[in-house]
Design a protein around this ligand. Structure first.
Ligand SMILES: NC(=O)c1ccc[n+]([C@@H]2O[C@H](COP(=O)([O-])OP(=O)(O)OC[C@H]3O[C@@H](n4cnc5c(N)ncnc54)[C@H](OP(=O)(O)O)[C@@H]3O)[C@@H](O)[C@H]2O)c1
Length: 175
């Protein structure tokens, strides 16, 4: 089997916003369903704030890897059900080992900003939901060179009953 590759999973607004006040700036049931379908069974690496933002912790059916520089975070019982790492390289190593053991070919980085920024150069695939909105926010997806990727999926959807906005599901694969 080949080494499990790194994928980023993000929903971003037209202005790059991904978060506000430790939460998502929208309600998009369709995107939550897509997130689950993409990530289920795969190791998921996330920053400490993203972990804290999860309504259901840990994400079930997935190895949750949480990055923090706070050495007392785990001891304080704040990461129950997750594996805590102090740097991205360690998290990727653990995620890869687990994925290989489970016969999974992809590991997911699920945010936020710093994690996306650090993982982008190593990402083979980006699952991007383009949200048709321009909300205020305090967390952004970093700008990146899209010409390094080929779009392999582009699927526009009108807002469903439990979606605040229309959106487009995209998959970008590194060329
Ligand atoms: N729309 C989306 O797809 C999406 C996805 C994810 C999150 N979000 C939203 O984005 C917001 C959270 O993201 P965020 O960017 O504010 O924070 P974040 O990246 O989730 O967490 C930041 C924290 O992670 C730790 N960290 C980051 N890089 C690290 C590294 N290289 N080594 C060790 N620790 C590291 C640090 O924790 P310590 O301070 O503990 O050291 C840092 O303060 C929320 O609003 C959330 O809802 C949106």
């Amino acid at each position: 089997m080949t080494i499990p590759h790194l994928a980023l999973v993000v929903a971003r607004a037209r202005n790059g916003v991904i978060g506000r006040d430790g939460d998502l700036p929208w309600r998009l049931r369709s995107d939550l369903q897509r997130f689950k379908a993409i990530t289920l069974g795969k190791p998921c690496i996330m920053g400490r704030s993203t972990w804290e933002s999860l309504p259901l912790k840990p994400l079930p059916g997935r190895l949750n890897l949480v990055l923090t520089r706070d050495l007392s975070y785990e001891e304080a019982g704040k990461a129950k059900g997750a594996v805590v790492c102090s740097n991205l390289a360690d998290a990727i190593d653990i995620a890869r080992e687990t994925a290989e053991d489970d016969g999974i070919d992809e590991i997911c980085v699920i945010g936020g900003t710093a994690l996306f920024e650090a993982a982008l150069p190593r990402a083979r695939r980006l699952y991007v939901t383009e949200v048709e909105a321009e909300p205020e926010g305090d967390a952004w997806f970093p700008a990146f060179d899209e010409s390094l990727f080929r779009e392999t999926l582009n699927e526009r959807h009108d807002a469903g009953e439990k979606d605040d906005h229309a959106f487009t599901f995209r998959v970008l694969d590194r060329i």
